[in-house]
Design a protein. Sequence first.
Length: 445
Amino acid sequence: MIRKNKKALTAIALATSIIASGIAALPAFAQAGDQTVNWTREDVSKIELNQDNTLPTIDISKLDKLAPGYHMWDTWPLMDRDGNIASYKGWKVIFALSAPNDVLPGKVHDIATIRYFYSKNGKDWTLGGELFPKGTAFGQRQWAGSAMLDGDQIHAFYTATGREGQAQLTYEQRIATATGKIVADSNGVRFENWDKHRIILEPDGKYYQTVEQAKQGEGGGYAFRDPMWFKDPKNGKEYILFEGNSGGIVSERPFKQEYAGSAGYLQQHPVPAGAAHANGNIGIAEVVGGDLNNIKMLPPLVEANYVNEELERPHVVVKDKKYYLFTDSHINKYAEGITGPEGMYGFVSDTLIGGYKPLNGSGLVIANPADNPYQAYSWLVTPELNVVGFAQFGDLNGMTVGEIGNQSPEFQFSHFGGTLAPTVKISLNGDTTKIEKILPQGWIK
Ligand code: FRU
C-alpha cells in the first residue's frame, strides 16, 4: 500500500538529514506523554515465526458454527469488577459482534450488532439474542467492547460506529456505555432494564486523532474503538483501554528517530515516505473513582507511528505482578517497508502506565501459520491465559485478503469462518511467551 504525500516526504527527508548530521531530532508535535512507549520498526524487524508463536494450521471449514444463522467475530467474556471471568447463578456469558450469515464477509462490519451467548461449562454456548433492545444503542452499528458485572448490574462498553440517523454509512467512532440488569434462571440468561446509553469518550485531537484529522491525511487509518474495562489490582484504580491513532494530521507528525529504533538501525534501514501514514496507538482513560461520569483521557500507552496503523482490541492481563498488554494487528496494517503476520502482539511492564517493552523482543505473541495466513484473528487473552479468537479466512492458496472481495459469493462464504476458533493456551514467563496447547473451539474457562 503505497501512499504519496509530499508534505510527509519533505518532513521525513528533513528529519532524516537532521538525524544524519547529528543534530537533535525535530521537536515532536506533542501527542505522546512521558508514559508513552514506541513500538519501533527495529522491534518489528525482529519478528520471526517459530513454534512458540505460530498456530498449527487448521481447516476452518470444519469448525462448528456457534451462532446458528449468524457470522460471529470479535468476542469478549462477561468479567467481574476485579477482572475475573464472571459467573452468575452458574452461567458464563460471552458477547460477540454478529451479522446474518447471508451477508458477505467483507460487509459484516457495516451492520455489526452485539449478540450474547450463555453457557454452564464455558464451552458449549447458547445464543441468547441481541444485547440491547433494537434502536437503543448509539451508532449506525456497534463494534467491539467489553462488559463488567457488578452484583446484578452489567456495565456494557461498546464502539458506536457511524452516526445513528445518517443515511450514508459513516465511520466516526465513539465509545459508549449502558448499564442494565442481568437476569438468570435454570433456562438461561437475559438482560433488561437498560438505562439511557451514554457516550463517554471521543477523540481529543491531541493524543487521539479525530475523524476530521484523519480525513486530512490522504489515507492512513482512523480508529477510536474497542473499549476494554480494566481495574489495576495494585491500587484499585479503574481504566478503559482502547484502540486509537496518534493525534494531529499526517503533515504535523514529522519523523523521529525513536519511531525507527536505534540510530544504527535507522542508518541501515531508511524509512520510506509512505510510512508516515501509520499512526496506530493504544489509548487509556481513567475512570476516576470508578465513576463512569468522570472519565479522564490519558496519553497513550504505546504508539506505533511509522510502524503500524491499527493496534486493535488492547487489553491487559496481570501475572506475577507484571502487566501484559496485548493487541491484535493485520498484515496489511504495517507501515511501508516493514511487515508482520496477522497476529496478536504484546508488551510487558512493571506498572500499568509506562515502561512497556515488546514481548519476545519483537512484540509477536501469536501468529497465523504462513500457509494459512488469515486463519484466525481478534484474539483476546483471559486471566487464565486462554486466548479466544475467531476463525477468519482459510485455504486461500496465496490470495491476499484484499483479493477475496473480488471472488464469487460462494467462494467468499466457503472460505470464511465467522465462528470462534479453537482457543489457544499460552504461558507467560517474564518477557517471553509460548503457545502451550490448542483447546476446543469456544473454550473460555
Ligand atoms: C477487529 C475489529 C475491531 C472492531 C471490529 C469491527 O476485528 O476491527 O477493532 O471493533 O473489528 O467489526
